[in-house]
Design a protein around this ligand. Sequence first.
Ligand code: FES
Length: 159
Amino acid sequence: MTSESVQPMSGPSRRAVVAAAGAAGLTVALTACGSDDKASDPSTEQGGGATNEGGGSSAGAGAGGAALAKTADIPEGSGKIFKDEKVVVSQPAAGDYKAFSTICTHQNCPMVDLKDDIISCACHGSQFSVLDGSVKKGPAVKPLEAKKVTVNGDSITLA
Ligand code: FES
C-alpha cells in the first residue's frame, strides 16, 4: 500500500529520468532508482524539514539582533506597544519608524495604554505622543526616552 501511494508521486520523475537516461545513460537511471527507494520514507525527511524551517525562522530573527516587529505591524500615524521590551514603536510618516521607552518620565510607571498616537500613564495621567515622544499632558515634563530601531527589509529591530 505504501509503495503504491508513493508511485504516483515518483511517476513524473521516472518519466523525467527515462528522458534523462536517454541523454545521460545508465548512471542517471541508477540514481533514480536510489531516489525511488528513498521515496518510501519521505515522511521522515519532511519532519526534519519542518524542524529546520522552524529553526531557520528563529535564526533569521536572531540574525540582526532581536527582531521586534514587522513593519506591517506598526500603523502609520500611530504605534504599537511591546510590553516585554518596554518600548513603543511608531510610524510618524510612511516608512519612518521611531521607538520610545514606555516608562513614564514622571515616576517611572510602565505605560500600556495607547490610543491613536497618544500613550497614557495610568499612574497620574501623563500623556505622550508616540510619534515624537513629547509630553502632551502632565504631570510629566520630560519627553519619553527615545530608543533606536533599525529597519531591515520588513523587520524592525531594537538597536
Ligand atoms: S508616573 Fe506616569 S504620570 Fe506619574
